[in-house]
Design a protein around this ligand. Structure first.
Ligand code: SAM
Length: 447
């Protein structure tokens, strides 16, 4: 199937609500291209667009309608009449129509998953940034067979205290004893075999570098009635009940400590792969000024600080107080670092960064947005380079378009498979300012 079709990912506003008499209708479909949102595009017999989960391009399937909106249907492939050669048996017993919503592509070979992610990124770049760029998604070591990679899992807890994950687009909990994409250390804790009465959610974080995992529990106003696993720290509603309360991660020879609720990359190879990629892309030099926007616990602040040395400077901007506190601890002794606890906004960019030579931009899923991008592009003199780290190809492409319109160019663009079994992918794009070529620091660039 060809032609532009809206992605279902953010189209909830179209849900008429209550028009559900078609839910459960079964239809035979020829499945077309992949769409963002985890499904593929098909046409219902009456011509309406259908986004079909659990299918693959080129398949013929029987699909059961799961939702109806004004402009499209959602459906699950419940029977595969003609399978794709990329189809495999899901390694997880909880995967499949109506079951766990945590993974999108348990039924897809890893090679095909990466190819599909590349296609999705290419499409967003074409549609939103108006550029053609072939994207090859790189495997990152630490997830054999696409499993065992999650060093952090947020579990839901049902009213009886059973632990699980939400079903797709639902608040119903699929009880799960062991999630196969969770790391071995999380699996060994066995939080899914215990009852957690009174809890709403559990976030379990385990370092790939050893050390005790931490279980962070949210109960709201409930009292927690549970027997937490031994060998793990316990934090309840932000208060430490049992140490440790932080998990450590070793990246490029530096030990980071991260508190519950503070962002940290989940795949065990992610922090190192992204740090290397950002350093390679920016090629920061001794004595340069750097800015790390949306800096979290300081993952990029530390390697930037080391690269620019004591004669350089790094301004790290982060909105979350807890993350900024972790960043301050993680950068202790690096006197060239200033942690600014503030929202990234045009006024922070204009007032707090000075004139950075290089910038890292690693916003949350919604992206930095037009106003922040325009303020960055308008800095005078402009930074040599901006490394934009993104887990959302659509917001990345929208922000990239703002930079391209301001005369910047996209240098290297790398894509990493940091979320096997899901449709998600991590991008690092290096934006080059107008006239950046020929500046001394650009001579050694390896994009
Ligand atoms: C994707 S995380 C990246 C963190 C860090 N660079 C890393 O890789 O570990 C995004 C971070 O931006 C922070 N954040 C979100 N919105 C923000 C805003 N408007 N201003 C500043 N920080 C923000 C979040 O608290 C989070 O720490």
């Amino acid at each position: 199937m060809t032609g532009a079709v809206a992605s279902p990912a953010n189209d909830d506003d179209n849900d008429p609500g209550g028009v559900d008499d078609e839910v459960g209708t079964v239809m035979e479909l020829e499945v077309g291209r992949i769409a963002s949102g985890g499904g593929c595009v098909a046409r219902a017999p009456d011509g309406r667009v259908v986004f079909v989960r659990h299918s693959l391009p080129g398949e013929r399937v029987v699909a059961s309608v799961t939702a109806v909106t004004r402009s499209f249907l959602r459906a699950d492939a419940v029977q595969i009449l003609e399978p794709s050669s990329d189809r495999v048996d899901p390694p997880c017993v909880h995967a499949g129509p109506g079951r766990c919503g945590g993974c999108d592509w348990q039924h897809v070979s890893l090679r095909a998953q990466r190819a599909l992610k590349g296609t999705l990124v290419e499409e967003q770049l074409r549609r939103l940034a108006h550029i053609d760029r072939a994207v090859e998604v790189e495997e990152v070591a630490g997830a054999p067979g696409g499993l065992g990679w999650r060093t952090r899992v947020r579990f839901a807890v049902d009213p009886t205290g059973r632990v699980g994950l939400y079903r797709h687009r639902s608040h119903a909990v699929e009880p799960i004893e062991r999630c196969p994409i969770a790391s071995e250390a999380i699996g060994k804790l066995g939080v899914g075999s215990a009852l957690w009465r009174g809890a709403h959610h559990l976030e379990v974080t385990a370092s790939p570098d050893g050390g005790a995992p931490v279980v962070s529990v949210e109960t709201g106003r409930n009292r927690l009635v549970a027997r937490p696993p031994s060998g793990a720290g316990l934090v309840v509603n932000g208060r430490t009940r049992k140490r440790p309360s932080r998990v450590h991660f070793d990246v490029l020879g530096h030990r980071f400590e991260v508190s519950p609720g503070v962002f940290w990359q989940i795949h065990p190879g992610a922090a190192t792969a992204l740090s290397r990629c950002v350093l390679e892309g920016l090629a920061p030099q001794k004595g340069e000024r750097a800015a790390d926007l949306y800096s979290g616990a300081g993952l990029f602040t530390v390697p930037l600080a080391r690269a620019v040395g004591a004669s350089g400077s790094v301004v790290a901007v982060e909105r979350s107080g807890r993350a900024a506190t972790d960043a301050a601890r993680n950068t202790e002794g690096l006197t060239q670092v200033e942690i600014v606890r503030a929202a990234v906004s045009p006024s922070t960019v204009e007032g707090r960064l000075g004139s950075p030579d290089v910038v890292v931009l690693d916003p949350a899923r919604e992206g930095a947005g037009r106003a922040v991008m325009e303020s960055l592009m308008a800095l005078a003199p402009p930074p040599r380079r901006v490394a934009y780290v993104s887990c959302d190809p659509a917001s990345f492409a929208r922000d990239l378009k703002v930079a391209l319109d301001a005369g910047w160019t996209l240098g290297s663009l790398r894509a990493f498979d940091l979320f096997p079994m899901t449709e998600h992918v991590e991008l690092v794009g290096v934006l080059e300012s107008p006239g950046a070529e020929g500046r001394p620091a650009d001579q050694g660039f390896r994009g």
